[in-house]
Unconditional design. Structure first.
Length: 565
């Protein structure tokens, strides 16, 4: 707005000087006199808009713009009124304030529109009173509605009326501009193009890496973002998240890498790498958002260490108490009356619960810091599953639940009972038993009546185990949280059932250890199905792994360790 005021004021001043002082003969021919009031207002407008530019540096301030607008509008109004009103040579100049009015929002447009029409009506009354022809006034009346409509349309469409708008706290929508936002984000934001050149490097990226934007822009990202794995080895190209996203056009999150800063300090980072697409959907660059999580990880480690030490220490006395209680309850070794037996049975059950809680805490803590013992061996999963179902059948049937084994679709059972084809996986059977026991125990715990169905299917690459129950089901809003640590669904159906909220967390961690995934599909009141998908091992890889297992069991053996497995 200040630009317009500056230009118009200067023009009016020049016109005044020109017509009043220099080209006086021209003025005599056509009446182009500029009233003194206009000249004064134009000077005010000029001084004001210059002051705004030079000293206040508030070019986009709404209030400053409005004052500019008022100054230039009054200058033009004084020019038109002072040079003959509707007969003035300058009447068309009124288009300017009219068109600019909606820049300051609806109230200003309405005031300007009402003032214009009030003036036109007054003029029309004068014309009627003097008995002259109304046609010209009517024409003006119709014509002057147009610029207001145009103003509404242009500023609304361009969004300029809101662009400069400002709320009571002085916050402008301009403050939301992408550049400002990127600079203000507390996480490192960098953009890397197809050649690997850094195109953007925000303030937080400077703080985290120690490199300045000036150093970074234009350089290859590998010379500044020195990513390395947990062993401190610089990551190779195949593991570089930026390269992966450039090649795959899919975003990824990585929270396993560290970054070497300019001062050679190693910090742990979480990276979110997303592709930036061109119009055709191809990758033209990647945006990397990263955060220093060293402190968080350190605290996490300390917490996990504390929990695992505490649960380890507490598990031993609890196991002793459980053992003595079992002895006290054993008719063959102790003689107690029936009331004492009742109390001891309760104490025994609670101690078992406590023991399970400590065990789960310990496993959860270990699974988080990678200390979970894991001895994977090549396992025939169909045979393994059959065994598991047999072992668990008893618990379910004791509660009156039917257990159905439904191995099918690609995993058909042959006459002898063995599965055909064979589905091999490289898993630790003890860990996988823990997973399946968790899921099976939950299915029994949360099902009052009906049946449990254990499914097993597979294809060339994967195999899927499913455990379906006809129990309470899980509310949809809880499904997304089930695999979080300590998460328990809180409703009347689940409240009476004891638990720690750690079983599914541990299950997920173990399944992920084998590059598998676990998920649930559930209908409240009808039941749930928990699925586990595991990668299937092909025969060649299985043979290589078996060879390796044999070599590890017999240290003096001369069997060569296969590589690239
Ligand atoms: P918990 O020790 O509480 O069973 P889990 O981690 O094993 O802990 O399970 C978390 C929550 O998920 C449970 O508290 C329960 O509300 C819900 N849940 C798990 N399995 C089932 C199931 N088969 N049917 C209904 N709810 C289930």
């Amino acid at each position: 707005m200040n630009d317009a005021t500056l230009a118009l004021s200067a023009l009016l001043i020049l016109a005044y000087i020109g017509f009043e002082l220099i080209f006086t003969e021209v003025k005599a021919e056509i009446d182009l006199s500029i009233p003194v009031a206009t000249f004064v207002l134009a000077i005010l407008g000029l001084v004001y808009s210059l002051a705004i530019y030079r000293f206040l540096a508030k070019k986009s301030h709404l209030f400053a713009g409005l004052i500019s607008y008022i100054l230039i509008t009054t200058a033009i109004a004084s020019l038109i009124i002072g040079s003959g009103g509707l007969q003035s040579q300058f009447v068309a100049l009124w288009m300017i304030p009219a068109i600019l009015s909606y820049m300051f929002g609806m109230p200003v447009l309405i005031v300007a529109w009402l003032a214009t029409n009030a003036y036109l009506i007054l003029m029309a009354v004068d014309v009627v009173n003097s008995g002259s022809d109304l046609t010209l006034t009517l024409l003006y009346f119709i014509t002057m509605q147009l610029p207001f409509m145009v103003s509404y349309m242009i500023w609304r469409r361009s969004g300029a009326s809101t662009e400069t708008s400002e709320d009571s706290s002085g916050f402008k929508d301009k403050d939301l501009s992408a550049d400002l936002l990127i600079e203000s984000i507390a996480e490192g934001v960098v953009v890397v193009d197809l050649e690997g050149t850094l195109k953007l490097f925000n303030k937080a990226a400077e703080d985290i890496t120690g490199w300045s934007k000036v150093d970074a822009i234009g350089l290859n990202y590998r010379s500044l973002l020195k990513l390395q794995d947990e062993k401190g080895v610089p990551i190779d190209k195949s593991k570089d998240p930026i390269r992966i996203v450039l090649a795959s056009n899919k975003s990824l999150i990585n929270d396993e890498l560290s970054l070497k800063t300019r001062s050679e300090k190693i910090i742990e980072v979480t990276l979110v790498v997303s592709p930036i697409n061109d119009r055709d959907g191809g990758v033209k660059a990647v945006a990397v958002v990263f955060r220093d999580v060293s402190e968080e990880r350190h605290q996490q480690k300390q917490r996990a260490e504390f929990i695992s030490t505490a649960s380890h220490e507490m598990r031993t006395p609890v196991a002793a108490i459980e053992g003595y209680l079992a002895l006290a309850l054993n008719d063959k070794v102790s003689k107690i009356d029936s009331a004492a037996k009742g109390y001891l049975e309760k104490a025994h059950a609670s101690t078992q619960h406590l023991g399970k809680l400590f065990q789960d805490l310990l496993t959860a803590a270990k699974s988080e810091d990678g200390r979970l013992t894991n001895n994977p061996v090549v396992t025939d999963m169909s045979a393994f599953m059959e065994q598991i179902v047999e072992d668990m059948r008893f618990t379910a049937e004791k509660k009156g639940l039917q257990v159905i084994q439904s191995f099918g679709a690609g995993a058909a059972k042959s006459g002898g009972g063995a599965m055909n084809p064979v589905y091999l996986a490289n898993i630790d059977p003890e860990r996988m038993r823990e997973v399946l026991t968790n899921l099976f125990d939950n299915a029994v715990k949360y099902t009052e009546e009906g049946k449990l169905t254990i499914g097993f299917t597979g294809n060339q690459e994967t195999m899927t185990i499913s455990i379906t129950d006809t129990g309470a089901g899980i509310p949809p809003e809880d499904v997304g949280h089930l695999f979080q640590k300590f998460y328990r669904v809180d409703n009347s159906a689940t409240r009476q059932v004891g638990g720690t909220g750690l079983g599914l967390f541990i299950t997920k961690k173990i399944v992920e250890l084998y590059h598998g995934r676990v998920w649930v599909e559930s209908k409240l009141g009808e039941g749930s199905t928990f699925f586990i998908e595991l990668p299937r091992l092909d025969q060649t890889k299985a043979d290589q792994l078996k060879q390796l297992e044999t070599a590890q069991k017999t240290p003096l053996s001369t069997v060569q360790k296969p590589t690239n497995i």
